[in-house]
Design a protein around this ligand. Structure first.
Ligand code: SF4
Length: 80
């Protein structure tokens, strides 16, 4: 790897991260509790009505991955 190449890779990785969007797999959400990812989302991109499966507002999602990491049932994933 040449000098500076690793920096370019970091920039590309960050840009790819910003392009990805979280989605909800509703079948994985037991829908019986407040979503733990909701207060962790930095852009308020997650909505939950009652204990229903949350929704991700695509326009607000910056692809940070916090919801994907925090959900214990893997209900948040990145779209492919
Ligand atoms: S990836 Fe980040 S910005 Fe998008 S919904 Fe999850 S926590 Fe919010």
């Amino acid at each position: 790897m040449r000098l500076g190449e690793d920096k370019s890779i970091n920039v590309i990785e960050k840009e790819c991260e910003m392009l990805r969007k979280a989605i909800i797999i509703k079948e994985r959400c037991p829908q019986d509790h407040p979503c733990p990812a909701l207060p962790k989302c930095p852009t308020d991109a997650i909505l939950q009505k009652g204990y229903n499966a949350p929704e991700v507002i695509e326009e607000k999602c910056i692809g940070c991955g916090k919801c994907v990491k925090i959900c214990p049932t893997g209900a948040f994933q990145f779209e492919r």
